[in-house]
Design a protein. Sequence first.
Length: 172
Amino acid sequence: MFSKSRINEPGPKQAEGDKNKAPDMTATKPAMDYTPSTPKVKAAASVLSSDLTVVGNLRTTGDIQVEGTVEGDIRAHLLTVGESATIRGEIVADDIVVNGRVIGRVRGLKVRLTSTARVEGDIIHKTIAIESGAHFEGSVQRQEDPLANGKLAISAPPAAIAAPVTRPMDGV
């Protein structure tokens, strides 16, 4: 995009007759080695403060830290439920840390309930850790892919069952 000009650089002087000619840049290395790259900067987590109440669903590919109240479903990469937080709805994330209260289903690859956690609902996980003192009412189910929709796919019955075969009877 930009290149450094060699006109004012110190170096071998051009002869008087060669000053009007353009310098031959084919045999020299570029003055500036510029390799465009996009730096991978990890975005900070979105924080919902303790005085905030959200009514509705939240969806992000990033991280969320909830300290307030959410009445709706949350989907994120990393979800941290603060000690003062209350979530009423389903939470789905790769990594879930619950320090506060969740009323609803929890689905995550890694789910961690700390000693201050209060969960009322089912937990579907790949790995789970429950610290001593955590309060939990519901069922726990391990699945290889807990982030899948959670609904069983209904397959069509086999064709032989779906449509009975009728045969003409001989002699009737």
